[in-house]
Design a protein around this ligand. Sequence first.
Ligand SMILES: [Zn+2]
Length: 154
Amino acid sequence: MKPRTLIGLLGLAVVVGTAGFMMFDRAPPPAVEKPKGPPHGGLLIELDAAHLEFLLEPDSKVRIYTYDPSGKPLVPSTESLLLTIRGKDIRAVAIPLQKDGDGFVSEEPVQVPEEAKAVLTYRQGSEVEHFRFDLTLTLCPGCQQPEYRCACSE
Ligand SMILES: [Zn+2]
């Protein structure tokens, strides 16, 4: 082996070792410090194939983070997600979602009607799961969060 190759390998080993150490070093503190909940404070939806965290962002776009069933962030590849929202006396509207990092984001800001009911359809191959929920945006008096992602028991 040429000395230069050896030095290169040693350098690589140092970089890999450092990266591994940094990842270990940045591990989150034990969960005893704060109550366990969805990482982004959204609505956690536990399907069989994946866990989803639904959020309506301040710019009114829908963002959905995807996790594997153990809770690790999942970058969707062959998975697809469909969101439909309907309001009182308003027929269901499909909200186009596109893949974005470890989840999905709506292409446009979403108009949420009053008394909105939402359905998320998760599809991976032939496996399809549906989740229905109330997309209520009025604030919970207990935690001052929108009702759909209220985590308190008010
Ligand atoms: Zn609450």
